[in-house]
Design a protein around this ligand. Structure first.
Ligand code: CP
Length: 320
């Protein structure tokens, strides 16, 4: 992010406020991960029994989505409402950012009219970190470029825990365009920190040498990954983030790295199929697998609300 896009008079954040931010899984200890997941389960049970809660009644959370989103945006909005707070939803189109207003000034404006915590999706790596340092309010990273998507990894972990129990010793395969995937990166940090084994597979240009620095094992094929996995996480090709030279055709990609029911038949009978979505059906996953018995794709989406309730509550310093 260029310094010119930063207002020089933004206030700094205290260590206490910074500690309530969730900028990535990279810096989150295992105890904090487990605490968020356990709280998400409690909040999920309470909202199922009682409907929306009033833990944050009268308080306001700003949701800044400077990049497209369906699941993350609406589940954060639902999470804020389910805690009894008000979501202040901000999209770049139609705002004064098109007149050149900086991210920091935009966030300070929303803070001035009552927002106490900020959720940010941004195409630039590090944008949430910058905001957290400068704003004097907690910031939750809702996806920054190719770096991290911490709440996605948390909702994936909750979905896995619901089905598998303790993740220690379990094997999760992440397959596809891991190079450009913030979901893959956050999941690698989280799963290995909770003691799971992570396998990775993808075309050479999209799963390049060096990925094993994340503490994972790179395996040569989807079939290899499938044989050993308790869960397989399929990723779409992030066409918006890569150049033509790296781009396999959909047909070629599906042939080698698409998950079909024929391929899935060679996996463990109880294997779980995951996808952060949006899915490109017919490319990395076929319809029958996406909608089949092994698929937990829409459970992942549903768990996004509970996880984001726990993260927002934490950012706001706890509920009443
Ligand atoms: N998984 C995910 O981040 O989806 P959206 O881009 O729709 O928010």
């Amino acid at each position: 992010m260029s310094p010119s896009s930063v207002s020089s008079r933004a206030t700094g954040s205290s260590p206490e406020v910074l500690s309530r931010s969730l900028l990535g899984i990279r810096e989150l200890p295992a105890e904090a991960i487990v605490q968020i997941l356990d709280r998400a389960v409690e909040l999920r049970e309470r909202t199922r029994a009682d409907g929306p809660l009033d833990l944050l009644r009268g308080r306001t959370v700003a949701l800044l989505f400077m990049e497209p989103s369906t699941r993350t945006r609406f589940s954060f909005e639902m999470a804020v409402r389910s805690l009894g707070a008000n979501p202040m939803v901000f999209g770049a189109a139609g705002s004064s950012t098109v007149k050149g207003e900086s991210l920091i000034d935009t966030a300070r404006t929303l803070k001035s009219v009552g927002a106490e915590a900020f959720v940010l999706r941004h195409k630039k790596v590090g944008a949430p970190h910058l905001l957290a340092r400068r704003l004097g309010a907690p910031v939750v990273n809702a996806g920054d470029g190719i770096d991290e998507h911490p709440t996605q990894a948390l909702l994936d972990a909750l979905t896995l825990r619901d089905r598998l129990g303790d993740l220690s010793g379990r094997t999760v395969a992440i397959v596809g365009d891991v190079r450009h995937s913030r979901v893959a990166r956050s999941n690698c940090f989280l799963l290995t920190r909770l003691g799971a084994r992570v396998l990775m597979a993808g075309p050479g240009t999209l799963c390049p040498p060096g990925m094993d620095a994340l503490g994972v094992e790179v395996v040569p094929s989807l079939d290899h990954a499938l044989r050993e996995a308790d869960a397989v996480m399929m990723l779409r090709i992030q066409r918006e983030r890569l150049g033509e030279a790296m781009l396999p055709s959909d047909r070629e990609y599906a042939r080698f790295f698409g998950l079909s029911s024929e391929r899935l038949a060679a996996a463990r009978p109880e294997v779980l199929v995951m996808h952060p979505a949006p899915m490109n059906r017919g490319v990395e996953i076929t319809d029958d697998v996406a909608d089949g018995d092994a698929s937990v794709v829409f459970d992942q989406v549903a768990n996004g609300v509970a996880v984001r309730m726990a993260v927002i509550e934490r950012a706001m310093g706890g509920g009443r």
